[in-house]
Design a protein. Structure first.
Ligand SMILES: Cc1cc2nc3c(=O)[nH]c(=O)nc-3n(C[C@H](O)[C@H](O)[C@H](O)COP(=O)(O)O)c2cc1C
Length: 197
């Protein structure tokens, strides 16, 4: 698939089969993330790949339990409120049962931590689309970055104490066979052309 087509047809996929993508495809997606630009070429974005079903189920249980303890406040993002409400109901699986979850982290206190991570995440989402895999940015672990139970779990699997969880990505084979690719009209993201008279 040509690069611009992969960018313009990338959509979030939230329904996956249990089929594990081939290791080579996962590696290509990680490579796309690692080749993203970074401020001062710092290359501090850290990719922690979970593909073990039992570990993912354990993590989902921890996330559900920690969100369920939280109280909703007015200043919270709508989607964070949604996660807390879903967790309080029970059976909340923040990664939609995808076979692979990539946790993305970067250095605490580094001013470009989120920007560098976002570049990597977008590269990976576009790469997944080009490889006929579905993907979706998953933010719940970022919201739980300060949560000691979540951190204790992730630190067993490579998250460093000096890292902040900036985001996450799920990948897998979409239930429909191919990734969601419907292009939606852009009504937001305004563009201002400065015309010199
Ligand atoms: C910073 C960021 C955080 C997001 N967090 C989540 C999330 O936690 N769960 C989810 O299902 N989608 C998440 N998304 C996906 C957005 O909902 C999605 O990109 C948006 O609705 C546009 O749809 P599209 O990706 O299909 O074009 C996130 C996207 C971004 C950029």
């Amino acid at each position: 698939m040509e690069a611009l087509e992969a960018i313009l047809t990338r959509r979030s996929t939230r329904k996956y089969t249990e089929q594990m993508p081939e290791r080579e495809l996962i590696e290509k997606i990680i490579e796309a993330g690692r080749y993203a630009p970074s401020g001062s070429n710092s290359q501090k974005t850290h990719f922690i790949i979970f593909s073990d079903k039992e570990l993912l189920t354990e993590l989902a249980g921890i996330v559900q339990g920690e969100f369920a303890k939280m109280e909703i406040t007015d200043d919270m993002y709508v989607s964070l409120k949604g996660s807390i409400n879903a967790a309080k109901k029970g059976g909340y699986v923040f990664y939609y049962g995808a076979p692979v979850l990539i946790v993305v982290a970067n250095r605490k206190g580094y001013g470009n931590a989120m920007a560098d991570s976002a570049c990597a995440l977008e590269n990976m989402m576009v790469a997944a689309n080009a490889l006929d895999l579905g993907s979706c940015w998953i933010n719940q672990l970022h919201w739980l970055d300060d949560n000691s139970t979540v951190r204790a779990f992730l630190e067993q699997y490579g998250l460093l104490k000096e890292e902040t969880i900036t985001g996450g990505l799920i990948i897998g084979y979409p239930v429909n066979g191919v990734p969601e690719r419907t292009m939606t009209e852009r009504k937001g993201n305004p563009v201002t052309w400065v015309e010199v008279k």
